[in-house]
Ligand binder design. Structure first.
Ligand code: GLU
Ligand code: ZN
Length: 321
């Protein structure tokens, strides 16, 4: 049986560095619907490797917000901060195979590098400055007290994957640069943690914001090196504010907790998001439970561009009932 017809294992993967906002709710509702509409399982994974910014209190609040929205999960919460051995083992394997190398470039040296045309949100392309350092070169830098980041030697061969909205994508990871898998302060990079966890947890369906589409060629390439199959991907449009800027944690007024305190009910939030996702019969939102959207979900209904959130969304949602 082809993997596409098997019930998927999806995941909700919030970073507990703040409170969930409407933009997170949008991405998580769609991830949840994508799994549930095909009879799939949902894993909750807290992406808390950034120990400076992530806080346990946010993780607890996020679970309550997800429950409030009516989004449930079958497994977890797992915490990336509990998987450090797993990341270490993957890195050791890559190191033994010569697939990673230490990079001693300073932040200052990395600033001002040109971005690739399609690098999008992943930033400047690392030009491989440290790719050919000898062990003597490394020892000299270590002797100066410098600690390296670790980068993946990326392939010129295109990484190929299918996005359920955008179709087949073919991008050579090398064209995005040798991605850092571990920072010089020892913190694991998002790219390594997310890929190792998706492989270890048997995730077969990844649904997330379009801002992460540019990371996917690296992740597909890394999954191949780790001997894990690539999941199915669906990158969803982003929710933006009235001026077209992506909703972020600093938009305090669209935090779910703030909406709840303003008297908004979860059915209004789900109904508004469902209408924006093209899952209601009319573009006019009506209150509904997340479960009611399950049989209606299809990636094809999603809008092609960013979804605008009007000013005064709290009042709008309150009126919705
Ligand atoms: N933790 C990431 C976020 O909150 C999502 C990562 C992913 O879905 O791959 O944006
Ligand atoms: Zn370097």
């Amino acid at each position: 049986m082809p993997s596409s017809s098997r019930a998927p294992t999806g995941r909700l993967a919030p970073s507990p560095t703040g409170r969930l906002h409407l933009g997170n709710a949008w991405a998580m509702l769609l991830a949840w619907l994508a799994a549930r509409s095909r009879g799939g399982r949902v894993i909750l994974r807290m992406e808390d490797i950034d120990t400076v910014r992530a806080r346990p209190a946010f993780a607890g609040q996020m679970q309550r917000d997800l429950e409030w929205l009516g989004l449930d999960w079958d497994e977890g919460p797992h915490f990336q901060s509990h998987h450090l051995d797993r990341y270490e083992a993957a890195m050791e394997d890559l190191r033994r195979r010569g697939l990673v190398y230490p990079c001693y470039c300073t932040r200052k040296e990395l600033r001002g590098l040109a971005s690739a045309p399609h690098a999008g949100e992943v930033g400047p392309v690392y030009p491989g400055t440290c790719a050919g350092l000898s062990s003597g070169d490394c020892a000299a830098r270590e002797a100066q007290g410098r600690r390296p980041a670790w980068r993946l030697r990326c392939s010129d061969e295109p990484a190929t994957f299918v996005d359920a909205r955008r179709g087949e994508q073919r991008i050579a990871p090398a064209s995005l640069g040798d991605v850092a898998l571990r920072r010089s302060d020892g913190v694991w990079a998002y790219q390594l943690a997310v890929t190792v966890d998706d492989a270890a947890m048997g995730v077969t369906q990844v649904v997330r914001g379009e801002d992460l589409l540019d990371s996917t060629p690296w992740q597909v390439f890394l999954l191949g090196l780790l001997g894990a199959p690539a999941p199915q991907y669906l990158h969803v449009p982003l929710l933006v504010d009235a001026s077209g800027e992506r909703l972020a944690k600093r938009h305090g007024s669209v935090e779910l907790a703030a909406l709840r305190e303003a008297g908004v009910r979860p059915a209004a939030v789900i109904g508004w998001l469902g209408a924006r996702a093209g899952l209601l019969d009319t573009p006019i939102p009506m209150p509904c439970a997340a479960g009611e959207l399950i049989p209606r979900f299809t990636p094809a209904a999603l809008p092609s561009g960013p979804v605008s959130t009007p000013d005064g969304i709290a009042a709008l949602l309150r009126r919705l009932g």
